[in-house]
Design a protein around this ligand. Structure first.
Ligand code: AHG
Ligand code: MN
Ligand code: MN
Length: 339
C-alpha cells in the first residue's frame, strides 16, 4: 500500500500544533512521542501475546489487590522507562505501582510535567484476544522546577490536566489524545511504524445508540441508575431508544467506541463498592478530559469528574461518561430519584 504523504504523523502534528504557541518548548510534544514509543513496544507484545509465554499471572497482586498479568508489568516498565529517559517528565504515578516514582536527576528535575497512567487497561481480556488499552494523563508541576517533583503534583484536580490520551490495541492500534485545543486520533501504520492522523478534531455525537454498563450488577445499583438503564431498553421517540447494550469490559475500547459513535458508559457505585471500581487518576480523569474536550460530559453522579480534588493516588470514583444528551437524560433520572 502506498503511503499517503499528505497525512501528518504524530510528530509532525504535535510540532505543527506548537506553532500556535511561540513560547512552547516542545516538552509536551516530546512527552507524547515518548508515550507513543512505549505504546508501540506494548503493541508488539500485545500482538504476540497468543504466541509467547508472556500470558498468565505473574503471581503478584497490584495495590488494589487485583491479579497482575505479566503484560501489565511489561507495559508499566516500558512507559516508566521512556519517560525516565526522556527530558519532559519529572516523575510518574501508575495503577501498577504503590507510590509515585520521582526520577530525581538533573534533567528530570527541570522537566515541567508529571504523568499518570493505567499501563494496561482491560487486562482480564488479554487471554481471550479482546481489545485492551493504555490510558495516560499529563499535568504541569505545581512544585518548584529544578527540584524533585512532589506528591502535590500528582494530586491535582482533573481540570488541571494539560493533556490526556489513550492507546487502543484493537483491530488497528490507535493513539487518541486531547489538549485544550481539541481531540485528535492517530492510527499506527505498522509498515512504517508511525502514527498517522486518521481522526482529526474528534467530536462526540450529542446522542448515540449505545449504552455500556455491567448489567450483572444491575440489582446493586442506586435507584436512579436502575431507572435510567430500564429506560434505555424502552422505545422512546425523543431519544431514539431502545438503545443497544455494548460492554467489552475494557474501558478504553468501550469509551473509544462511544466517543466516535455516540453513547454512554456507566461504572456506578454498588452497594458493596460505594466508590465504584475505576480509579480517578488513571481512568476517570483522563477520559473525562478527553470526552469533555470532544463535547461530551463526565460526572461521578454528583459533580463533574474534573472538579474532584484527589486525596489519594489510587482513589476510586463512580463514573458516568459520554454523549451530552444521554448524560443529561441520566442526570434527570438520578435527580428525580433523590427527590
Ligand atoms: P484494569 O484492567 O486496568 O484493571 O481495568 C479494568 C476496568 C475497565 O477497563 C473496565 O471497564 C472495568 O474494569 C470492567 O469491570 P467489570 O468487570 O467489573 O465490569
Ligand atoms: Mn484500567
Ligand atoms: Mn490496568
Amino acid at each position: 500500500m502506498a503511503t499517503n504523504r499528505n497525512i501528518l504523523t504524530l510528530d509532525e502534528f504535535t510540532i505543527q500544533e506548537m506553532r500556535a504557541f511561540p513560547n512552547a518548548t516542545g516538552e509536551l510534544a516530546g512527552l507524547l512521542r515518548d508515550i507513543g514509543l512505549a505504546a508501540k513496544r506494548i503493541n508488539v507484545e500485545v500482538n504476540r501475546a497468543g504466541l509467547v509465554d508472556i500470558l498468565g499471572d505473574d503471581g503478584s497482586t497490584n495495590v488494589q489487590g487485583e491479579e497482575v498479568k505479566k503484560l501489565d508489568v511489561f507495559a508499566n516498565d516500558q512507559l516508566m522507562g521512556v519517560l525516565k529517559h526522556g527530558i519532559s517528565c519529572a516523575g510518574i504515578g501508575s495503577e501498577e505501582l504503590d507510590d509515585i516514582v520521582l526520577f530525581d536527576d538533573e534533567i528530570s528535575n527541570k522537566a515541567k510535567y508529571i504523568c499518570l497512567f493505567d499501563p494496561l487497561d482491560g487486562s482480564s481480556n488479554i487471554d481471550v484476544n479482546v481489545s485492551i488499552g493504555t490510558i495516560f494523563s499529563v499535568y504541569r508541576r505545581v512544585s518548584e522546577l529544578g527540584k524533585p517533583a512532589t506528591k502535590a503534583d500528582f494530586l491535582q484536580a482533573g481540570n488541571q490536566q494539560v493533556a490526556a490520551g489513550y492507546v487502543v490495541y484493537g483491530s488497528s492500534t490507535m493513539l487518541v489524545y486531547a489538549t485544550k485545543r481539541g481531540v485528535n486520533g492517530f492510527t499506527l501504520d505498522q509498515s512504517i511504524g508511525e502514527y498517522l492522523l486518521s481522526h482529526p478534531n474528534i467530536k462526540c455525537p450529542t446522542i448515540g445508540k449505545m449504552y455500556s454498563v455491567n448489567h450483572g450488577n444491575f440489582f446493586v445499583f442506586e435507584q436512579g441508575v436502575k431507572e435510567y438503564i430500564t429506560a434505555c431498553q424502552k422505545k422512546n421517540e425523543t431519544n431514539g431508544g431502545p438503545y443497544t447494550q455494548r460492554y467489552i469490559g475494557s474501558m478504553v475500547s468501550d469509551v473509544h467506541r462511544n466517543l466516535i459513535r455516540g453513547g454512554i458508559f456507566l461504572y456506578p457505585s454498588t452497594t458493596s463498592k460505594p466508590k465504584g471500581k475505576l480509579r480517578l487518576l488513571y481512568e476517570c480523569n483522563p477520559f473525562a478530559f478527553i470526552v469533555q474536550k470532544a463535547g461530551g460530559k463526565a460526572t461521578n453522579g454528583v459533580i463533574n469528574i474534573l472538579d474532584i480534588v484527589p486525596t489519594e493516588l489510587h482513589q476510586r470514583s463512580p463514573l458516568y461518561i459520554g454523549s451530552k444528551f444521554m448524560m443529561e437524560e441520566l442526570e434527570d433520572f438520578m435527580e428525580k430519584s433523590k427527590k
